[in-house]
Design a protein around this ligand. Structure first.
Ligand code: 3HC
Ligand code: NAI
Length: 682
């Protein structure tokens, strides 16, 4: 079999054109590296005096091939390619379009000039994969743009537009026309080699450098790649380039194996996978352009903003004039703030708002392709609302509920079209949170499922599909986690100790800080509706707090006390007394729980519930669970998610530690066989 190289060279009108074609994004795999070296050598042998390097598939190069990172590398590394380009005796012009990321930018910087299409996206996003640029990026970028900007771009994984890159002298010219034609013209006027590697790092105010370092040192908590990148960028000012490159290569190879890098790679692919519809036969698309949101409360207004940002036409419907006015006001003030803070121009903000219609008239519903219900969390109220929606909505419209816990199957039965009913569980604030749980109910049809996955992608969210089951994926696992944390209060820990241990692990916030923030009364109301089983270990600390009117931050008291909105570091004597009384009632002798113990129990409870969800088929893939926790519940990205965490542990030990949880959980604890988390792929 003859293998065709993904890199081809050909002389066209006196210019040697090197074309890289490795769909979908021209990632630099081993065959590309070999092909590039051979094409540059062929160019040197040819009569052409100048070359243009261009990518097919509408893009330049999206970086090194991330699939290869888990394997030991073979043959030339990317730095070898960069060296061959730099050492080529004749000039090479990079014709940039689409993605010029990571190794793509390093290859471009090795060329003698860069010309970019106006839609090009340029950056060195390696730290978002737990690594650093490994083919000269940390040494070349500061030589061209200075230390502080290089720190911002590399440590912030910033993606620049072509114009921004031109402003920084990373590209020489920006065009709107065909990039190959423009690059050919540009190349004809190039006579000399001009290499970034020979430049000196420009002088700049040391205060600017310190500020950039401080910005990312804080962000870099638990992120070895960020800390390493800062060191190497600074080294560019001190060391000759070859010495800098040796240090960079060693750090790149070391970081590539790190747990952070493995976790971030796992998420990179998990995030792509959840965005794909199930592989089935062709499905007729249902276009969604106009969306009606019902209920102008916290979620309804957040969802409306997220839809307006994505340029949908939005109708916001209410039953209550006052609630509608308040909701409209919230949306307007959101856009006003966007303008005040410079995030949107006045024209952009008014364009978004021009697509909004707020109304009490349900006949407006007929215009919607999709209706999203966000009214009170009450089955009877929701069923009533769905009957009404069914009556007014277009027969082909998709009807979605934003319920957090209720059965979508039951809600669907209130309509005459259960196959068009689905759950769309947004997270608060809906215009910020990237997670969207899609609840595929028993009767939901494939066309509806496909349409809302495409809709979730258009909102730039991660649309994770789940089966209809109490709490779906996220809230079900979060409940198991939070319940375990409540057990730990009774066993001897204080709320601040549990919170600190989990923040130490990397969670954005501890569970009791989160509970106070979202309001204890919501959980209290929910608990009252749930049957309590004598065998179940039930911690009533939250109920006692609520009986005292301590609903959390909104009442300036919950697990913690708040003075002028500021949380007190430790729980008050009163709350400690409530917790001690709870321990006494259960005849528990309180003992100190250390941070590791707290982290372990919290994580084991998540892993156990994750395995149960997989066995019940609620989650389709183990990796979806990680996407849910990272994007919906503040699980640290660099830890990869609860399933990734589990896969890093010794499997037998983990299973036996989870069995140990039963001793804390009472007879109702359901022990899962966790093998499903290890066997399922991804
Ligand atoms: N390696 C391998 N595959 C890649 C890839 C890469 N660098 N970048 C994207 N892909 C794959 C995706 O997995 C996806 O594959 P699939 O269809 O099988 O799921 C496909 O390309 C399309 O990707 P997207 O769905 O993300 O397409 P978009 O058009 O939305 O985005 C993109 C394209 C902007 C290029 C985006 O994929 C991206 O940001 N990729 C990552 C870029 C990156 O991090 N580069 C640095 C790599 S590390 C490096 O270069 C090290 C060097 O310094 C030595
Ligand atoms: P909310 O109380 O802030 O708003 C509900 C709104 O619905 C009110 O404005 C009310 O006037 C309106 N409403 C009630 N009955 C109506 C009817 N028959 N017709 C039209 N409008 C009606 O509630 P919130 O927090 O926005 O929650 C809404 C839904 O979203 C619930 O199902 C909730 O479980 C879910 N959810 C809430 C999250 C949160 O963090 N608040 C997160 C994810 C989902």
């Amino acid at each position: 079999m003859v293998l065709i190289s993904p890199v081809q060279g050909q002389v066209k009108q006196g210019v040697y054109v090197i074309t890289l074609d490795n769909p979908p994004v021209n990632a630099i795999s081993i065959s590309v590296r070999r092909g590039l070296i051979s094409a540059v050598n062929d160019f040197e042998q040819s009569n052409a005096q100048v070359a243009v390097l261009v990518g097919s598939n509408g893009t330049f190069i999206a970086g090194a091939d991330i699939h290869e990172f888990a394997r030991t590398s073979d043959g030339p590394v990317l730095l070898d390619v960069v060296r061959v380009i730099e050492n080529c005796k004749k000039p090479i012009v990079a014709a940039l379009q689409g993605a010029v990321l990571g190794g793509g930018l390093e290859v471009a910087l090795a060329c003698d000039a860069r010309i970019a299409h106006v839609d090009t996206v340029i950056g060195l996003p390696e730290v978002s994969l737990g690594i650093i640029p490994g083919a000269g990026g940390t040494q070349l970028l500061p030589r061209r743009i200075g230390i502080s900007r290089a720190i911002d771009i590399i440590c912030g994984a910033q993606r620049l537009s072509a114009e921004e890159a031109k402003h920084l002298r990373l590209v020489d010219s920006v065009v709107c026309s065909d990039i190959l034609v423009a690059a050919n013209l540009f190349a004809r006027n190039i006579e000399h080699k001009s290499s970034v590697r020979d430049e000196l790092v420009p002088n700049e105010d040391p205060a600017l450098i310190d500020q950039a370092i401080n910005r990312y040192t804080k962000l870099g908590r638990c992120r070895p790649a960020i800390a390493k990148a800062i060191d190497l960028i600074q080294a560019a000012a001190r060391l000759p380039i070859e010495e800098g490159l040796v240090l960079e290569s060693a750090a790149f190879l070391e970081l590539r194996k790190s747990q952070e890098a493995q976790a971030l790679r796992h998420l990179f692919f998990a995030e792509k996978t959840c965005r794909k519809p199930p592989q089935t036969k062709e499905v007729a698309p249902i276009p969604i352009n106009t969306v009606c949101v019902i209920g102008a409360g916290t979620m309804g207004t957040g969802i409306a903003i997220c839809l307006l940002d994505a340029e949908f036409s939005v109708m916001l419907l209410e039953q209550d004039k006052e609630a509608l006015d308040k909701g409209e006001e919230r949306i307007f003030s959101h856009y006003q703030k966007q303008v005040e803070t410079g995030k949107l121009s006045p024209v952009e903000a008014s364009k978004c708002l021009s697509h909004l219609l707020c109304s009490l008239n349900w006949e407006e519903l007929a215009k919607a392709d999709l209706v999203i219900e966000a009214v009170y969390e009450d089955m009877l109220v929701k069923q009533d609302v769905f009957k009404k929606i069914d009556q007014f909505a277009n027969p082909n419209a998709i009807l979605a509920t934003n319920t957090s816990y209720l059965s979508v199957d039951k809600i669907a039965l209130a309509t005459t079209r259960p196959k068009r009913v689905i759950g769309l569980h947004f997270f608060s604030p809906a215009n910020v949170m990237k997670l969207l749980e899609i609840v595929n109910a028993k009767q939901t049809c494939l066309e509806t499922l496909h349409a809302v996955i495409a809709f979730g992608n258009r909102l730039n969210k991660y649309p994770v599909v789940t089966k209809d089951s109490f709490g779906f994926i996220g809230n079900r696992i979060y409940n198991a986690y939070r319940t375990q944390c409540e057990f730990m209060l009774e066993d001897g820990a204080w709320p601040e100790e549990v919170d600190a241990a989990l923040v130490d692990f990397g969670m954005a916030m501890g569970p009791f800080t989160v509970a106070d923030l979202s309001g204890l009364d919501i959980a209290w109301r929910m608990r009252k509706t749930q049957r309590k089983n004598q065998e179940t270990r039930y911690v009533d600390i939250l109920d006692t707090l609520c009986e005292l009117g301590r609903f959390g931050r909104k009442t300036s008291a919950g697990y913690y006390d708040y003075t002028n909105g500021k949380k007190q570091a430790n729980t008050s004597e009163l709350v400690r007394q409530i917790i001690e009384n709870a321990s006494q009632r259960r005849r528990i002798k309180r003992r100190t729980l250390n941070s590791k113990h707290i982290q372990n129990r919290a994580l084991l409870s998540m892993v156990n519930e994750a395995a149960l969800l997989m066995r019940e088929g609620v989650a389709q893939r183990a990796s979806d669970i990680d996407v849910v926790f990272v994007h919906g519940y503040g699980f640290p990205r660099w830890q990869g998610g609860p399933v990734f965490w589990a896969r890093q542990q010794d499997r037998q030990q983990l299973q036996s530690d989870i069995a140990g949880l039963a001793e804390h959980g009472g007879n109702s604890f359901v022990l899962a066989d966790i093998s499903i988390l290890f066997e399922s792929s991804p």
